[in-house]
Design a protein around this ligand. Structure first.
Ligand code: ACO
Length: 402
Protein backbone atom coordinates (compact mmCIF):
# COMPACT_ATOMS: atom_id res chain seq x y z
CA UNK A 1 0.00 0.00 0.00
CA UNK A 2 2.89 2.45 -0.49
CA UNK A 3 4.72 3.96 -3.46
CA UNK A 4 8.21 2.54 -3.16
CA UNK A 5 9.73 4.77 -5.89
CA UNK A 6 8.45 7.89 -4.10
CA UNK A 7 9.72 6.66 -0.73
CA UNK A 8 13.16 5.89 -2.18
CA UNK A 9 13.38 9.42 -3.58
CA UNK A 10 12.36 10.87 -0.24
CA UNK A 11 15.14 8.88 1.46
CA UNK A 12 17.75 10.66 -0.63
CA UNK A 13 17.78 8.23 -3.55
CA UNK A 14 18.57 5.29 -1.32
CA UNK A 15 18.92 1.87 -2.94
CA UNK A 16 16.53 -0.71 -1.58
CA UNK A 17 18.03 -4.18 -1.85
CA UNK A 18 16.27 -6.50 0.56
CA UNK A 19 18.55 -9.41 1.40
CA UNK A 20 21.52 -7.67 -0.35
CA UNK A 21 20.83 -9.66 -3.49
CA UNK A 22 22.76 -7.22 -5.71
CA UNK A 23 24.76 -5.17 -3.27
CA UNK A 24 28.45 -5.79 -2.52
CA UNK A 25 29.26 -4.66 1.01
CA UNK A 26 33.05 -4.78 0.67
CA UNK A 27 35.96 -5.70 -1.55
CA UNK A 28 37.72 -8.95 -0.73
CA UNK A 29 40.71 -10.94 -2.03
CA UNK A 30 39.86 -14.16 -0.20
CA UNK A 31 37.23 -16.23 -1.98
CA UNK A 32 36.04 -16.15 -5.57
CA UNK A 33 32.66 -17.56 -6.59
CA UNK A 34 31.14 -17.71 -10.04
CA UNK A 35 27.64 -18.94 -9.28
CA UNK A 36 26.65 -19.51 -12.90
CA UNK A 37 29.74 -21.56 -13.73
CA UNK A 38 29.81 -23.42 -10.37
CA UNK A 39 33.30 -22.13 -9.50
CA UNK A 40 34.66 -21.71 -5.97
CA UNK A 41 38.28 -20.75 -5.28
CA UNK A 42 40.09 -19.84 -2.08
CA UNK A 43 42.84 -17.29 -2.79
CA UNK A 44 42.73 -18.44 -6.41
CA UNK A 45 43.04 -22.17 -5.72
CA UNK A 46 40.13 -24.31 -7.01
CA UNK A 47 38.13 -25.94 -4.22
CA UNK A 48 38.40 -29.44 -5.73
CA UNK A 49 42.23 -29.28 -5.68
CA UNK A 50 42.26 -28.11 -2.07
CA UNK A 51 39.67 -30.72 -1.02
CA UNK A 52 41.71 -33.48 -2.61
CA UNK A 53 45.27 -32.45 -1.77
CA UNK A 54 45.31 -30.08 1.17
CA UNK A 55 44.47 -30.27 4.88
CA UNK A 56 42.13 -28.14 6.97
CA UNK A 57 44.96 -26.40 8.81
CA UNK A 58 46.83 -25.68 5.58
CA UNK A 59 43.64 -24.22 4.07
CA UNK A 60 43.13 -22.16 7.23
CA UNK A 61 46.64 -20.75 6.77
CA UNK A 62 45.92 -20.03 3.10
CA UNK A 63 42.69 -18.18 3.86
CA UNK A 64 44.11 -16.15 6.72
CA UNK A 65 47.58 -15.27 5.38
CA UNK A 66 46.87 -15.32 1.65
CA UNK A 67 49.44 -17.91 0.49
CA UNK A 68 49.95 -21.65 0.83
CA UNK A 69 52.54 -22.18 3.58
CA UNK A 70 56.02 -23.60 3.03
CA UNK A 71 56.78 -26.77 4.97
CA UNK A 72 58.46 -24.77 7.75
CA UNK A 73 55.59 -22.26 7.92
CA UNK A 74 53.00 -25.03 8.17
CA UNK A 75 55.00 -26.79 10.87
CA UNK A 76 55.27 -23.57 12.87
CA UNK A 77 51.56 -22.78 12.42
CA UNK A 78 50.53 -26.33 13.40
CA UNK A 79 52.76 -26.19 16.47
CA UNK A 80 51.35 -22.83 17.57
CA UNK A 81 47.79 -24.15 17.20
CA UNK A 82 48.75 -27.33 19.05
CA UNK A 83 49.99 -25.32 22.03
CA UNK A 84 46.63 -23.64 22.53
CA UNK A 85 44.10 -26.48 22.34
CA UNK A 86 43.37 -26.55 26.09
CA UNK A 87 40.64 -24.45 27.68
CA UNK A 88 41.08 -22.59 30.94
CA UNK A 89 39.73 -24.87 33.69
CA UNK A 90 37.27 -22.17 34.79
CA UNK A 91 35.61 -22.29 31.40
CA UNK A 92 34.40 -25.80 32.22
CA UNK A 93 31.92 -24.43 34.76
CA UNK A 94 30.40 -22.51 31.90
CA UNK A 95 29.41 -25.75 30.18
CA UNK A 96 28.06 -27.15 33.43
CA UNK A 97 25.70 -24.19 33.79
CA UNK A 98 23.70 -25.03 30.68
CA UNK A 99 20.74 -27.40 30.83
CA UNK A 100 21.67 -30.88 29.70
CA UNK A 101 19.51 -30.72 26.59
CA UNK A 102 20.83 -27.29 25.53
CA UNK A 103 21.42 -27.03 21.80
CA UNK A 104 25.19 -27.07 21.20
CA UNK A 105 25.12 -23.99 18.90
CA UNK A 106 24.24 -21.42 21.60
CA UNK A 107 26.61 -23.28 23.91
CA UNK A 108 29.33 -22.85 21.27
CA UNK A 109 28.70 -19.15 20.67
CA UNK A 110 28.41 -18.39 24.40
CA UNK A 111 31.66 -20.23 25.09
CA UNK A 112 33.40 -18.28 22.30
CA UNK A 113 32.38 -14.90 23.73
CA UNK A 114 33.24 -16.15 27.21
CA UNK A 115 36.65 -17.20 25.88
CA UNK A 116 37.45 -13.56 25.12
CA UNK A 117 37.01 -12.68 28.79
CA UNK A 118 40.00 -14.90 29.62
CA UNK A 119 42.29 -12.85 27.36
CA UNK A 120 41.32 -9.28 28.10
CA UNK A 121 44.90 -8.08 27.75
CA UNK A 122 45.06 -9.14 24.09
CA UNK A 123 41.84 -8.04 22.43
CA UNK A 124 42.85 -4.84 20.65
CA UNK A 125 41.64 -5.25 17.04
CA UNK A 126 44.40 -2.92 15.80
CA UNK A 127 47.31 -4.61 17.59
CA UNK A 128 48.72 -7.18 15.15
CA UNK A 129 50.15 -9.38 17.92
CA UNK A 130 46.77 -9.42 19.69
CA UNK A 131 44.96 -10.37 16.51
CA UNK A 132 47.50 -13.10 15.80
CA UNK A 133 47.25 -14.75 19.22
CA UNK A 134 43.43 -14.48 19.13
CA UNK A 135 43.49 -16.18 15.72
CA UNK A 136 45.57 -19.09 17.04
CA UNK A 137 43.52 -19.40 20.21
CA UNK A 138 40.26 -19.56 18.29
CA UNK A 139 41.51 -22.10 15.76
CA UNK A 140 42.95 -24.27 18.53
CA UNK A 141 40.13 -24.03 21.04
CA UNK A 142 36.98 -24.18 18.93
CA UNK A 143 37.29 -27.97 18.39
CA UNK A 144 37.77 -28.44 22.14
CA UNK A 145 34.72 -26.27 22.87
CA UNK A 146 32.69 -28.14 20.25
CA UNK A 147 33.65 -31.52 21.76
CA UNK A 148 32.82 -30.27 25.28
CA UNK A 149 29.42 -29.04 24.08
CA UNK A 150 28.77 -32.56 22.81
CA UNK A 151 30.04 -34.30 25.97
CA UNK A 152 27.86 -31.99 28.03
CA UNK A 153 24.78 -33.00 26.00
CA UNK A 154 25.35 -36.71 26.66
CA UNK A 155 26.48 -36.32 30.26
CA UNK A 156 29.98 -37.75 29.75
CA UNK A 157 33.18 -36.34 31.26
CA UNK A 158 35.24 -33.92 29.15
CA UNK A 159 38.44 -35.25 27.61
CA UNK A 160 41.54 -33.08 27.52
CA UNK A 161 43.12 -32.62 24.10
CA UNK A 162 45.84 -35.13 23.22
CA UNK A 163 48.35 -32.99 21.39
CA UNK A 164 50.13 -35.91 19.77
CA UNK A 165 47.16 -36.01 17.41
CA UNK A 166 46.24 -33.75 14.49
CA UNK A 167 43.51 -31.16 14.94
CA UNK A 168 40.85 -33.34 13.30
CA UNK A 169 41.95 -36.57 15.03
CA UNK A 170 42.01 -34.76 18.34
CA UNK A 171 38.51 -33.44 17.83
CA UNK A 172 37.14 -36.92 17.00
CA UNK A 173 38.85 -38.38 20.07
CA UNK A 174 37.60 -35.61 22.40
CA UNK A 175 34.10 -36.12 20.99
CA UNK A 176 33.80 -39.89 20.88
CA UNK A 177 36.57 -41.07 23.20
CA UNK A 178 36.03 -42.12 26.80
CA UNK A 179 38.58 -41.40 29.57
CA UNK A 180 41.13 -44.18 30.25
CA UNK A 181 40.05 -46.05 27.12
CA UNK A 182 41.90 -46.24 23.82
CA UNK A 183 40.10 -44.54 20.98
CA UNK A 184 40.62 -46.11 17.55
CA UNK A 185 40.92 -43.39 14.98
CA UNK A 186 39.46 -44.36 11.61
CA UNK A 187 41.66 -42.68 8.95
CA UNK A 188 38.77 -42.62 6.43
CA UNK A 189 36.63 -40.69 8.91
CA UNK A 190 39.50 -38.29 9.65
CA UNK A 191 40.03 -37.67 5.94
CA UNK A 192 36.32 -37.18 5.30
CA UNK A 193 35.90 -34.77 8.21
CA UNK A 194 39.01 -32.81 7.26
CA UNK A 195 37.66 -32.52 3.72
CA UNK A 196 34.24 -31.36 4.92
CA UNK A 197 35.91 -28.70 7.05
CA UNK A 198 37.87 -27.52 3.99
CA UNK A 199 34.69 -27.31 1.90
CA UNK A 200 33.01 -25.16 4.53
CA UNK A 201 36.03 -22.96 5.28
CA UNK A 202 34.90 -19.83 3.45
CA UNK A 203 32.15 -18.71 1.13
CA UNK A 204 32.62 -14.95 0.75
CA UNK A 205 29.86 -12.67 2.06
CA UNK A 206 27.32 -15.26 3.26
CA UNK A 207 25.01 -14.42 6.17
CA UNK A 208 27.35 -15.45 9.02
CA UNK A 209 30.48 -13.94 7.43
CA UNK A 210 28.68 -10.67 6.74
CA UNK A 211 27.60 -10.75 10.37
CA UNK A 212 31.20 -11.23 11.53
CA UNK A 213 32.29 -8.28 9.37
CA UNK A 214 29.38 -6.08 10.43
CA UNK A 215 29.95 -6.69 14.13
CA UNK A 216 33.71 -6.27 13.63
CA UNK A 217 33.18 -3.03 11.71
CA UNK A 218 32.15 -1.50 15.07
CA UNK A 219 35.63 -2.61 16.26
CA UNK A 220 34.23 -5.46 18.34
CA UNK A 221 37.00 -7.98 19.06
CA UNK A 222 37.51 -11.20 17.13
CA UNK A 223 35.91 -13.44 19.79
CA UNK A 224 32.70 -11.39 19.96
CA UNK A 225 32.50 -11.04 16.19
CA UNK A 226 32.94 -14.80 15.67
CA UNK A 227 30.39 -15.50 18.39
CA UNK A 228 27.86 -13.38 16.47
CA UNK A 229 28.72 -15.31 13.30
CA UNK A 230 27.95 -18.59 15.08
CA UNK A 231 24.50 -17.27 15.99
CA UNK A 232 23.86 -16.29 12.36
CA UNK A 233 24.99 -19.73 11.22
CA UNK A 234 22.51 -21.42 13.55
CA UNK A 235 19.54 -20.38 11.38
CA UNK A 236 17.88 -23.17 9.36
CA UNK A 237 18.28 -21.24 6.09
CA UNK A 238 22.04 -21.10 6.61
CA UNK A 239 24.12 -23.56 8.66
CA UNK A 240 21.05 -25.18 10.15
CA UNK A 241 20.18 -26.60 6.72
CA UNK A 242 22.36 -29.71 7.14
CA UNK A 243 20.33 -30.94 10.11
CA UNK A 244 17.09 -29.86 8.42
CA UNK A 245 18.01 -32.15 5.48
CA UNK A 246 18.36 -35.13 7.76
CA UNK A 247 15.10 -34.35 9.53
CA UNK A 248 13.43 -34.13 6.12
CA UNK A 249 14.89 -37.50 5.01
CA UNK A 250 13.87 -39.08 8.33
CA UNK A 251 10.34 -37.72 7.91
CA UNK A 252 10.05 -39.19 4.39
CA UNK A 253 11.34 -42.57 5.58
CA UNK A 254 8.98 -42.65 8.55
CA UNK A 255 5.98 -41.92 6.36
CA UNK A 256 6.78 -44.91 4.14
CA UNK A 257 9.57 -43.57 1.91
CA UNK A 258 7.24 -42.00 -0.66
CA UNK A 259 9.55 -39.55 -2.43
CA UNK A 260 7.05 -38.56 -5.13
CA UNK A 261 4.42 -37.39 -2.65
CA UNK A 262 7.06 -35.30 -0.88
CA UNK A 263 8.25 -33.69 -4.14
CA UNK A 264 4.63 -32.89 -5.00
CA UNK A 265 4.22 -31.16 -1.63
CA UNK A 266 7.34 -29.09 -2.27
CA UNK A 267 6.16 -28.05 -5.72
CA UNK A 268 2.72 -27.09 -4.37
CA UNK A 269 4.48 -25.18 -1.57
CA UNK A 270 2.23 -27.00 0.90
CA UNK A 271 2.82 -25.64 4.42
CA UNK A 272 5.92 -23.89 3.04
CA UNK A 273 7.69 -27.24 2.62
CA UNK A 274 11.04 -26.87 0.83
CA UNK A 275 13.45 -29.43 -0.47
CA UNK A 276 16.10 -28.78 2.15
CA UNK A 277 19.68 -28.91 0.89
CA UNK A 278 18.54 -27.59 -2.49
CA UNK A 279 18.94 -24.11 -3.90
CA UNK A 280 21.49 -21.42 -3.25
CA UNK A 281 21.53 -17.65 -3.41
CA UNK A 282 24.67 -17.62 -5.55
CA UNK A 283 25.00 -21.02 -7.25
CA UNK A 284 22.41 -21.16 -9.96
CA UNK A 285 24.06 -23.99 -11.86
CA UNK A 286 25.47 -26.40 -9.29
CA UNK A 287 27.32 -26.11 -6.01
CA UNK A 288 30.86 -27.43 -6.69
CA UNK A 289 31.14 -28.49 -3.05
CA UNK A 290 28.12 -30.79 -3.41
CA UNK A 291 29.83 -32.78 -6.19
CA UNK A 292 32.92 -33.40 -4.00
CA UNK A 293 30.81 -34.36 -1.00
CA UNK A 294 28.75 -36.80 -2.99
CA UNK A 295 31.92 -38.81 -3.72
CA UNK A 296 32.92 -38.82 -0.05
CA UNK A 297 29.39 -39.87 0.91
CA UNK A 298 29.80 -42.94 -1.29
CA UNK A 299 33.15 -43.83 0.34
CA UNK A 300 31.89 -43.45 3.90
CA UNK A 301 28.45 -44.99 3.47
CA UNK A 302 29.84 -47.98 1.62
CA UNK A 303 32.10 -48.86 4.55
CA UNK A 304 31.19 -52.08 6.36
CA UNK A 305 28.35 -51.60 8.81
CA UNK A 306 27.77 -47.93 7.93
CA UNK A 307 25.00 -48.04 5.24
CA UNK A 308 21.94 -45.86 5.72
CA UNK A 309 18.46 -46.15 4.14
CA UNK A 310 18.33 -42.34 4.14
CA UNK A 311 21.02 -42.31 1.44
CA UNK A 312 18.66 -44.10 -0.92
CA UNK A 313 15.95 -41.52 -0.23
CA UNK A 314 18.44 -38.68 -0.82
CA UNK A 315 19.52 -40.19 -4.14
CA UNK A 316 15.92 -40.60 -5.26
CA UNK A 317 15.08 -37.01 -4.27
CA UNK A 318 18.07 -35.66 -6.15
CA UNK A 319 17.17 -37.69 -9.23
CA UNK A 320 13.52 -36.51 -9.18
CA UNK A 321 14.51 -32.88 -8.67
CA UNK A 322 17.10 -32.89 -11.44
CA UNK A 323 14.44 -34.10 -13.90
CA UNK A 324 11.61 -31.85 -12.73
CA UNK A 325 10.71 -28.52 -14.37
CA UNK A 326 9.91 -26.85 -11.03
CA UNK A 327 13.53 -27.26 -9.91
CA UNK A 328 15.07 -26.77 -13.37
CA UNK A 329 13.23 -23.49 -14.00
CA UNK A 330 14.23 -22.12 -10.60
CA UNK A 331 17.80 -23.37 -10.97
CA UNK A 332 17.62 -25.41 -7.78
CA UNK A 333 20.47 -27.90 -7.40
CA UNK A 334 21.86 -29.75 -4.38
CA UNK A 335 23.93 -27.45 -2.19
CA UNK A 336 26.82 -28.32 0.12
CA UNK A 337 24.44 -29.47 2.83
CA UNK A 338 22.43 -32.02 0.92
CA UNK A 339 24.85 -34.86 1.69
CA UNK A 340 26.94 -33.60 4.63
CA UNK A 341 24.35 -34.67 7.22
CA UNK A 342 24.51 -38.26 6.00
CA UNK A 343 28.30 -38.32 6.45
CA UNK A 344 28.10 -36.71 9.89
CA UNK A 345 25.46 -39.25 10.91
CA UNK A 346 27.65 -42.11 9.66
CA UNK A 347 30.48 -40.71 11.80
CA UNK A 348 28.23 -40.95 14.85
CA UNK A 349 27.31 -37.28 15.32
CA UNK A 350 23.77 -36.53 16.49
CA UNK A 351 21.83 -34.13 14.26
CA UNK A 352 22.20 -31.30 16.77
CA UNK A 353 25.97 -31.31 16.23
CA UNK A 354 25.90 -30.86 12.45
CA UNK A 355 25.82 -27.08 12.51
CA UNK A 356 28.61 -27.08 15.10
CA UNK A 357 30.75 -28.93 12.56
CA UNK A 358 29.87 -26.29 9.98
CA UNK A 359 30.99 -23.60 12.44
CA UNK A 360 34.31 -25.39 12.98
CA UNK A 361 34.84 -25.44 9.23
CA UNK A 362 33.78 -21.81 8.67
CA UNK A 363 36.00 -20.45 11.45
CA UNK A 364 39.13 -19.74 9.36
CA UNK A 365 36.95 -17.92 6.81
CA UNK A 366 35.40 -15.74 9.51
CA UNK A 367 38.85 -14.96 10.90
CA UNK A 368 40.34 -14.20 7.47
CA UNK A 369 37.40 -11.93 6.58
CA UNK A 370 37.47 -10.13 9.93
CA UNK A 371 41.21 -9.51 9.58
CA UNK A 372 40.84 -8.29 6.01
CA UNK A 373 38.07 -5.93 7.13
CA UNK A 374 40.07 -4.55 10.09
CA UNK A 375 43.21 -4.05 7.98
CA UNK A 376 41.37 -2.33 5.12
CA UNK A 377 41.64 1.47 5.49
CA UNK A 378 38.44 1.81 3.44
CA UNK A 379 36.38 -0.01 6.09
CA UNK A 380 33.60 2.01 7.70
CA UNK A 381 31.18 0.96 10.39
CA UNK A 382 28.42 -1.05 8.68
CA UNK A 383 25.27 1.02 8.85
CA UNK A 384 22.58 0.31 6.21
CA UNK A 385 19.78 2.77 5.55
CA UNK A 386 16.08 1.88 5.42
CA UNK A 387 12.95 3.04 3.65
CA UNK A 388 10.48 4.13 6.29
CA UNK A 389 6.92 2.93 5.63
CA UNK A 390 5.29 3.67 8.97
CA UNK A 391 2.97 6.40 10.20
CA UNK A 392 3.87 10.02 9.57
CA UNK A 393 3.88 12.40 12.54
CA UNK A 394 0.99 12.11 15.03
CA UNK A 395 0.32 13.42 18.50
CA UNK A 396 0.61 11.39 21.66
CA UNK A 397 -2.75 10.46 23.15
CA UNK A 398 -3.31 9.87 26.85
CA UNK A 399 -3.95 6.21 27.65
CA UNK A 400 -7.57 6.84 28.59
CA UNK A 401 -8.28 8.39 25.17
CA UNK A 402 -7.09 5.46 23.01
N1 ACO B 1 12.77 -26.13 -2.33
C1 ACO B 1 11.71 -25.71 -3.04
N2 ACO B 1 11.61 -24.51 -3.61
C2 ACO B 1 12.63 -23.67 -3.46
C3 ACO B 1 13.78 -24.03 -2.72
C4 ACO B 1 13.83 -25.32 -2.16
N3 ACO B 1 14.89 -25.70 -1.47
N4 ACO B 1 14.65 -22.99 -2.73
C5 ACO B 1 14.07 -22.02 -3.44
N5 ACO B 1 12.86 -22.42 -3.88
C6 ACO B 1 11.94 -21.68 -4.75
C7 ACO B 1 11.28 -20.54 -4.00
O1 ACO B 1 10.07 -20.94 -3.39
C8 ACO B 1 11.08 -19.55 -5.12
O2 ACO B 1 9.98 -19.97 -5.85
P1 ACO B 1 8.98 -18.90 -6.56
O3 ACO B 1 9.81 -18.19 -7.58
O4 ACO B 1 7.89 -19.74 -7.12
O5 ACO B 1 8.51 -17.99 -5.46
C9 ACO B 1 12.31 -19.71 -5.98
O6 ACO B 1 12.72 -21.07 -5.76
C10 ACO B 1 13.45 -18.77 -5.66
O7 ACO B 1 13.82 -18.96 -4.29
P2 ACO B 1 14.32 -17.82 -3.31
O8 ACO B 1 13.87 -18.19 -1.94
O9 ACO B 1 13.94 -16.48 -3.84
O10 ACO B 1 15.89 -17.98 -3.44
P3 ACO B 1 16.96 -17.36 -2.45
O11 ACO B 1 18.18 -17.16 -3.26
O12 ACO B 1 16.40 -16.21 -1.71
O13 ACO B 1 17.16 -18.53 -1.37
C11 ACO B 1 17.97 -20.43 -0.22
C12 ACO B 1 18.24 -19.38 -1.33
C13 ACO B 1 17.66 -19.73 1.11
C14 ACO B 1 19.23 -21.28 -0.04
C15 ACO B 1 16.76 -21.30 -0.65
O14 ACO B 1 17.06 -21.95 -1.87
C16 ACO B 1 16.37 -22.32 0.42
O15 ACO B 1 15.61 -21.99 1.32
N6 ACO B 1 16.90 -23.58 0.33
C17 ACO B 1 16.63 -24.58 1.34
C18 ACO B 1 17.49 -24.35 2.56
C19 ACO B 1 18.94 -24.71 2.33
O16 ACO B 1 19.27 -25.76 1.81
N7 ACO B 1 19.83 -23.80 2.78
C20 ACO B 1 21.28 -24.02 2.69
C21 ACO B 1 21.90 -22.95 1.85
S1 ACO B 1 23.59 -23.30 1.57
C22 ACO B 1 24.37 -22.86 2.97
O17 ACO B 1 23.97 -22.09 3.80
C23 ACO B 1 25.63 -23.50 3.17
Amino acid sequence: GYDIAKLLKETGDTTLDIGFVNTASCTSAITYIDGDAGILRYRGYPIDQLAEKSSFLEVSYLLIYGELPTEAELEDFTERVRQHTMLHEDLKSFFRGFPRDAHPMPVLSSAVSALGTFYQDSLDPFDKAHVEISTIRLLAKLPTIAAYAYKKSIGQPFLYPDNRLSLTENFLRMTFGVPATDYDIDPDMVKALDQLLILHADHEQNCSTSTVRLVGSAHANLFNSVSAGIHALSGPLHGGANSAVLEMLDGILESGGDVDTFVKKVKNKEDGVKLMGFGHRVYKNYDPRAAIIKKTTDTILNKDGVGDPLLDIALQLEQRALEDDYFIERKLYPNVDFYTGLIYKAMGFPTKMFTVLFAMGRLPGWIAQWREMIEDPATKIGRPRQVYTGETERDYRAIGDR
